[in-house]
Design a protein around this ligand. Structure first.
Ligand code: AHR
Length: 500
């Protein structure tokens, strides 16, 4: 008996899925940079951990945001360039109480190390400038140091530090959580600061040889804030001509729930919280559209993912990597696909060891978390054209009156194939799913599928010892004579079907 039906409307295109939607975020916090990315027994001579580097390079991350987070709101980039021995040691204002690796900031990992790392793993850098305690000149100088090809003191300093050519850094965030750790500003105050910063950083655009800069402003989950920011920032005399390419918000979920202690009802609430990402996208897009258009100013979710009570500042925001978290990531990636007409980038928090990281390390090893495998399974969507899906699914009514749809899906197409991802958010029952593609009657040999977590419980935590068990397996898909596909999704699983 069929539980859910998914219809893929192959001609109803939404927009291209920006590869940057699969982006990541790395902050000087706990063991993300120090211990995770930089310096350990398994580091190469430049100090990068080779095991982490290989895992991230294999995943082909499209973009990596750095150095924060709140850390960026107090970071002075000049502390982190030049000879290592001359770099000042500073307190890490927001994350000093973390694990012993990072009570203070050594500045050993700075701009050149980060940009070199991005090149080594094949990703675009996204630098977040300090609007909290910095000034516009400092931000504009950072752009000049990174990107200018001419004959100035800052460009020469980059050359002296070993880098002849421009790094061509395209993405520049002007602020982070400026309603909080980024200066506790009102939206109007931040909009005025943003205008000052964008004036000087935006002018650097004229100096660039290779890249146009994309300037990114920081928004908020509270959507009144975004509307007020947009009204102020777009005010006369600049109007929508003002340099603003993307507006961001952060969405974390899971704060009230330790996965290992939770019951099914709490799992459902957690997954429903993840699905609220959709409302946030729609509301921030509406705030933009009130004064501009989301085609000119994209939506970025530059921090998202689970944040459970175990992750505290004292332990460097570390929490176990579970199947349930990975399941939530899959359903959020489906939402991003469905909103590819407005979402230009997202950055899950964080890349290594912190929050819903993809890679976890100890002294000796680095291993992929379940969420890593979700990004891997969803990778074929990157750069495809998203198309609409209709999903008819059973749902569960939650105590707080919300509904959790049990089966989720999104789909994309390129010249050769359609790619459909599916989630079974029901953590204790299987779902039989019927899948059809409008205008297509595929034969058995045109169809292949993969599934994640078929043999694992939702609360299973990854460790160095069991990490190999979370990879994708083949998914059984039957094909009817009329081209309808049928598959069974065990509880808390993520699957992908490709149809030639
Ligand atoms: O990702 C951890 C923190 O969460 C970031 O530093 C901050 O931007 C957010 O509040």
């Amino acid at each position: 008996m069929t539980d859910a039906r998914v219809t893929v409307h192959t001609e109803a295109t939404i927009d291209r899925i920006a590869p940057e939607v699969h982006g990541h975020f790395a902050e000087h916090l706990g063991r993300c940079i120090y211990g995770g990315i930089w310096h350990s027994d398994s580091s190469d001579e430049e100090g990068f951990r080779e095991d982490t580097l290989e895992l991230l390079a294999d995943l082909e991350l499209p973009v990596l945001r750095w150095p924060g987070g709140c850390f960026a709101d107090d970071y002075h980039w000049e502390d982190g360039v030049g000879p290592q021995e001359d770099r000042p040691r500073r307190r890490n204002l927001f994350w000093a109480q973390g694990p012993e690796e990072t009570p203070e900031e050594s500045n050993a990992f700075g701009t050149d190390e980060f940009l070199e790392y991005c090149e080594r793993i094949g990703t675009e850098p996204y630098l977040a400038a300090n609007v909290g305690s910095g000034d516009p000149q400092e931000a504009a100088n950072w752009v000049e140091y990174c990107n200018y090809e001419g004959d100035t003191e800052l460009a020469d300093r980059r050359r002296e530090n070993g880098r002849e050519d421009s790094y061509g850094v395209k993405y520049w965030g002007l602020g982070n959580e400026n309603w909080g750790c980024g200066g506790r500003m009102t939206p109007e105050q931040y909009a005025r600061e943003y205008r000052r910063y964008a004036t000087y950083v935006g002018t650097m655009d004229n100096l660039l040889v290779e890249e146009d800069l994309e300037l990114i402003a920081c928004g908020f989950e509270g959507h009144e804030w975004n509307r007020r920011f947009m009204e102020e920032v777009a005010g006369a005399p600049w109007g929508t001509e003002f340099p603003l390419d993307h507006l961001t918000l952060h969405h974390y979920y899971g704060q009230g729930m330790t996965v290992s202690e939770a019951d099914d009802e709490q799992y459902d609430r957690f997954l429903a919280d993840a699905l609220e990402t959709e409302d946030h996208i729609e509301r921030i897009a509406a705030a933009i559209n009130a004064v501009a258009t989301t085609r000119d100013i994209g939506v970025i979710i530059d921090e998202w993912g689970s944040w459970h009570p175990e992750a505290t500042a004292d332990n460097g925001l570390e929490q176990p990597g579970t199947v349930l978290d990975a399941l939530s990531a899959a359903s959020v990636l489906d939402i991003f696909n469905d909103h590819s007409d407005v979402v230009t980038m997202t950055n899950i928090a964080q890349t290594v060891n912190v929050l819903q990281c993809l890679v976890e390390t100890d002294e000796d090893d680095a291993w992929a978390r379940p969420t890593y495998h979700v990004f891997d399974l969803y990778a074929p969507h990157k750069g495809n054209e998203a198309v609409q899906t209709s999903v008819s699914t059973p749902s569960r009514e939650l105590e707080d009156d919300r509904e959790l749809p049990l089966v989720g899906s999104s789909a994309s197409v390129d010249a050769d194939e359609a790619y459909v991802t599916l989630t079974n958010l029901d953590c204790h029952s299987s779902q039989t799913v019927e899948l059809s593609l409008e205008g297509t009657e595929p034969a058995e040999e045109d169809v292949s599928g993969e599934i994640l977590f078929a043999d694992q419980e939702p609360d299973l935590e990854v460790t160095a010892d069991n990490a190999a068990e979370f990879g994708a397996e083949q998914l059984a898909v039957s094909v009817d004579t009329d081209g309808t596909l049928t598959t069974e999704l065990p509880p808390s699983t993520v699957a992908a079907v490709s149809i030639d």
